[in-house]
Design a protein around this ligand. Structure first.
Ligand code: MTE
Length: 319
């Protein structure tokens, strides 16, 4: 018998709401969870030479950590970019299919001078610097990465925020035909993230165009992303297409997917465990699976300059 199609969808293809919900919950829980044997990047931290167009930028030692950076291979093959799948190697396998040209970013909302700029115009907007930041993922691993970019505040100043600009929302690219992870339904796409205005204006918040002095590889968020080093890695949205300023606090993709697990602030905090695992220690990728875990630092070690942003706030409630 022929199945009757409604809106071109066979009844057998429609998943009942409770089934869909529990499937979504399972996918979210499986996605950002420490994987016991996820060890791909651990082979040789020094192998693999940087490649791609050069992006010259003098180092900014003031804002950089002195820890040794991870190798190119770790940084470009052990990634989270769920649009391309949940496996750590999926982004390096599939993100190369993303269409990067033409690419524009729209900066709008509560601003006097909204603008849409292409990547070259954005790159030229302020002098590029190299900053070596620790990246601490919510899954309790970390890396040290030399990024190239400039403080997001330089771009935000250009658009002249109005008095209503209390929050910044980042929207990232959605190209379902080349993003195999989108159909899996882990998140409501496009991936969105957000910061409070003072967080977005903090000098550490980096509008990022490169890594290791080369343009960003697709898997690291080409052609540009944000990097917020004192927050769990999921706040550092990749492949930005829109930066929107607004009065209300946004509900971001991870908050929508699992509000009890992923809060708006997501400041690195060893004293506040994730509901399903501890955040007290971390595994540095590249140091070998049996290397001792290191203690996680409050605000990922950037507390001296960012703790003041949260004075008087209960960071257990505002996780
Ligand atoms: N941005 C988008 N668009 N999609 C994602 O899945 N993952 C986040 C963040 N930005 C993600 C994203 C997470 S969970 C982490 S830890 C960092 O990117 C990882 O950045 P990296 O792969 O360059 O180290």
């Amino acid at each position: 018998m022929n199945s009757k199609r409604k809106n071109g969808i066979a009844p057998s293809e429609i998943t009942a709401e409770p089934v869909w919900r529990s499937r979504r919950r399972w996918l979210v829980r499986a996605a950002l969870a420490p994987a016991a044997l996820a060890t791909p990047g651990l082979v040789d931290a020094t192998a693999g030479e940087p490649f791609g167009a050069k992006l010259a930028a003098p180092p900014d030692k003031r804002l950089s950590t002195t820890e040794a950076a991870n190798g190119w291979r770790d940084i470009t093959t052990y990634n989270n970019f769920y649009e391309f799948g949940t496996g750590k190697e999926d982004p390096s396998r599939y993100a190369g299919r993303m269409r990067l040209d033409p690419w524009t970013v729209t900066v709008d909302g509560a601003v006097r001078r909204p603008m849409t700029l292409d990547v070259d115009a954005l790159r030229r907007l302020a002098p590029l610097e190299e900053r070596v930041y620790r990246l601490r993922c919510v899954e309790a691993w970390s890396m040290v990465i030399p990024w190239t970019g400039y403080s997001l505040s330089r771009l935000l100043a250009r658009v002249e925020p109005t008095g209503d600009a209390h929050y910044v929302v980042f929207t990232t690219a959605l190209q379902p035909d080349v993003m195999p992870g989108v159909a899996a339904g882990i998140l409501d796409w496009p991936y969105t993230e957000g910061l409070r205005m003072d967080e977005a204006m903090h000098p550490l918040t980096l509008l990022t165009f490169g890594v290791y002095g080369r343009v960003l590889p697709a898997q690291n968020g080409a052609p540009l992303r944000v990097v917020v080093p004192w927050k769990y890695g999921f706040k550092s949205a990749k492949s930005l297409v829109r930066i929107h300023l607004q009065a209300e606090r946004p509900i971001t993709s991870w908050m929508r997917a699992a509000p009890d697990e992923y809060g708006f602030y997501a400041n690195v905090n060893p004293a506040v465990p994730h509901p399903r695992w501890s955040q007290a220690t971390e595994r540095r990728i590249g140091s070998g699976f049996f290397a001792p875990r290191v203690a996680t630092q409050p605000f990922n070690g950037y507390g001296d300059t960012v703790a003041a942003l949260y004075r008087g706030m209960d960071l257990r409630r505002n996780f």
